[in-house]
Design a protein. Structure first.
Length: 483
């Protein structure tokens, strides 16, 4: 909602958040369409008594019989046969003066998800609108279904999938999760449980009252399932990571969930993609309990941004999760709009998760933030460094949320160097060097399982890329990872 300067109407144009109507013949029917549209989108202001001209400028026509119009307005908005829900309070409707004439100003807030969709008439599918630029449009059946799904107090990922068994889980992904769990929570009572009981404790599976057997829940399927089993429940499920670091090629690296050469679940996707997102950004390289830990606010911000998209996505929505890394930005987008207003999400303190079990499972391995502190940390990290702030955008039909994170200028050249891709073996060498800076090439060859000749070539390449350097003489010196 915006405060209108009625003494300077020339500065305004109709847009996503502002609409004028002449109301010369009483309350126009289109008023209720715009009320529905603003409430179902991001809120906005409607002014009755102003006419939009062909050149998009405004003429003040004023209103007559304001008491009658106000009574008619409140009678209609409180009539459930005309409008399903009234989300306005008395101070949101006022009489103002413009060009010496009275106008009615109506400030429509963004509706809570529990009230959406706001619709007019008796048919939800023909009476639900959203805002797009200067106009209101009828919502599609898919948009309305998504709003109805978000109404529920039950977490979207808690659905028990009784037609599936736990064999839809990738056992290797489960074991990788358990290893991390044991490392970050040493001595935890769950660490020694059998797999099925462990999965039940973390919320990935539950027993059915119908047959008494253990079945996956939606969160467990997303977290540990094979891609070909995930799409049986989430038909539009798709994870897509692209590096577009060179203008001469469509992409320099790409990872998609449907490739068939890895599990395709969101747990493995997180760990595959995270290292790619932070590659080339000036952050310390550190290992703690076999898990790479980066201790800067920038590193944490990027980790949170990736986790947020995976945790808060509407996996029934279209187009999947798309992450694009360019030389000067990272774009992270997911299906589903925010369940609170963007400004509330950025300021923090409020949280309304779509998938609360996924939050729990990520939190158990120290990924993700509770109580709405994730996004504020991302914006805070960029602000503290004096960088261009991230942008949080919503779009509709289909519903999507995008976080656009500008990369700092000082890191762009570093990012460009990473177009010389680090291989799997080179990453393994870096990991072993972090554990033991005095490790020999012979020892590395035995640990990694490749020849000493290949170790030597890879280490020379890492030195050329300015990622490692040798300190001291060959026999008594050590390897240093360049931070």
């Amino acid at each position: 909602m915006q405060s209108i300067d009625f003494g300077n109407l020339a500065q305004y144009r109709e847009n996503d958040h502002f609409e004028v109507k002449s109301a010369e013949k009483g309350l126009p029917q289109s008023l209720w369409e715009t009320y529905s549209a603003f409430a179902n989108t991001s809120g906005g202001t409607i002014v009755l008594g102003i006419k939009e001209n062909k050149d998009h400028s405004f003429s003040v026509t004023g209103i007559t019989g304001q008491e009658r119009l106000l009574k008619e307005f409140w009678d209609t908005i409180n009539n459930h046969k005309k409008v399903n829900v009234n989300i306005l309070t008395g101070n949101m409707v006022s009489v103002e003066e413009a060009a010496g004439k009275n106008v009615i100003c109506i400030s429509v807030p963004r509706a809570n998800r529990t009230d959406k969709p706001i619709y007019i008439g008796s048919d939800i599918f023909s009476g639900t609108f959203r805002r797009n630029g200067e106009g209101d449009y009828h919502c599609t059946r898919e948009e309305i279904t998504n709003m109805l799904r978000d109404q529920s107090a039950v977490s979207q990922d808690s659905k028990l999938l009784e037609e599936m068994n736990t064999d839809v889980f990738d056992p290797e992904a489960v074991q990788r999760y358990r290893t991390i769990f044991s490392n970050v929570r040493p001595g935890h009572i769950w660490a020694t449980l059998a797999d099925e009981l462990f999965l039940e404790k973390i919320g990935a599976a539950a027993h059915s009252e119908r047959d008494g057997k253990l079945h996956p829940v939606g969160a467990g399927l997303l977290m540990f399932g094979f891609e070909y089993t995930i799409v049986r429940e989430y038909g539009s499920y798709f994870l897509d990571y692209r590096e577009e670091l060179s203008p001469d090629t469509r992409w320099t690296d790409r990872v998609i969930s449907s490739s068939g050469d890895w599990s395709g679940n969101i747990f493995d996707f997180f760990f595959r993609i995270y290292s790619k997102l932070v590659a080339g950004i000036k952050i310390p390289f550190k290992l703690e309990q076999e898990i790479r830990i980066d201790d800067t606010p920038v590193h944490k911000a990027i980790r949170e941004a990736l986790a947020n998209a995976l945790i808060h996505a509407n996996y029934y929505g279209r187009r999947g999760i798309v992450i694009i890394k360019k030389q000067n930005s990272i774009s992270i987008s997911n299906p589903g709009i925010l369940r609170i207003a963007p400004e509330e999400a950025i300021s923090g303190g409020l949280s309304d998760p779509r998938n609360s079990i996924l939050i729990k499972m990520f939190n158990l391995i120290n990924i993700g933030e509770r109580a709405g502190s994730g996004l504020p940390g991302i914006f805070s990290a960029w602000m503290q460094n004096g960088w261009e702030p991230p942008k949080l955008n919503e779009s509709f039909d289909p519903d999507r949320t995008e976080l656009l994170v500008p990369l700092p200028e000082e890191d762009k050249k570093v990012t460009q160097k990473v177009t010389q891709k680090v291989t799997v073996n080179q990453n393994r060498i870096l990991t072993e060097l972090q554990k033991n800076q005095f490790v020999t090439q012979k020892e590395l060859a035995e640990i990694i399982g490749i020849s000493k000749v290949h170790i030597n070539k890879n280490m020379m390449r890492l030195q050329e890329m300015n990622l490692i350097r040798r300190v001291g003489p060959d026999k008594t010196g050590y390897w240093e990872i360049i931070k």
